[in-house]
Ligand binder design. Sequence first.
Ligand code: NAP
Length: 285
Amino acid sequence: MKFTAAAKLFILFGDPVAHSLSPVMQNAALQAAGIDGLYIPWRVQSAGLPAAFESLRGMENFGGANVTVPHKEQAFALVDTLTPEAAAVGAVNTVVARDGHLLGANTDGLGFLRSLHEEADFLPRGKPCVILGAGGAARAVAVSLAEAGAEPLIIVNRTVERARSLAEFVYRKIGTSTTGLALDDPQMPATVRECALVVNTTSVGLNPADHPPIDPSLLQSGALVYDLIYRPRETALLREAKRRGCRVIGGLGMLLYQGALAFELWTGHKPSEAAMRHALVTAVA
Ligand code: NAP
């Protein structure tokens, strides 16, 4: 990778960040585009994030930033303006410098929807969907599915209060019929059996020894099962779903498409998705 002293700096804020594949993916995109720039991880704790954002305002060679766990909601409060997607989700994963201001965007939901469409030709309108988990990623997935017309939405989470609170958030913002259930709720099995799409947004599966987050016998052939986890590429949930005749998608496509959208916001140009995908697949392998 080549860059000069005038290189644009692109930053990933998170804690931790060392595990992230965004640097390898975005540096491949910068290189393919011939941009004099460098994308680096910046590990920062929540208490240090306001000062880190302040430093961006005076940085003449600031190219753009991403924000990852656990800072997406805090970043929402630190930018000057918001894109409609970031305003709807209440979280920022991409920061762009615009006329001396910091614009906060959120590309997670659009990246997820594009992946659903391109990898499975799945259009959510009118389809019942189950989301497992109620954390930051679940919020982006739930809002994007609701905006794409999925209905009803059922959010299933270990901590039921978080599932209910996210369901209420989605209903208030978009008006979609949304319910929050506990993992052991008696209604949960029938809900999963009847849905068209199950999305795992929990971190269960990150460890290759993890069991699926729900009983896989509930998965019906013909349903689409999406796991946001991209490492390992095939989680136990996807393996079991495939065995039962479901269509399955892993999280690499969402990672790629949210990153491609961020790159376009920063540079005004579409990146080489082939270069980004190649970098990701090589890194995951
Ligand atoms: P988060 O905010 O920390 O949320 C984690 C969720 O997992 C919570 O709902 C939590 O339930 C649940 N959970 C954790 N351990 C559990 C267990 N042992 N049993 C049952 N539920 C458990 O994390 P996040 O930012 O939403 O990220 C979640 C996952 O999505 C991660 O694996 C991340 O890598 C992935 N992700 C992928 C992409 C992509 O582009 N493909 C983008 C974003 C995130 P409680 O509420 O009960 O704690």
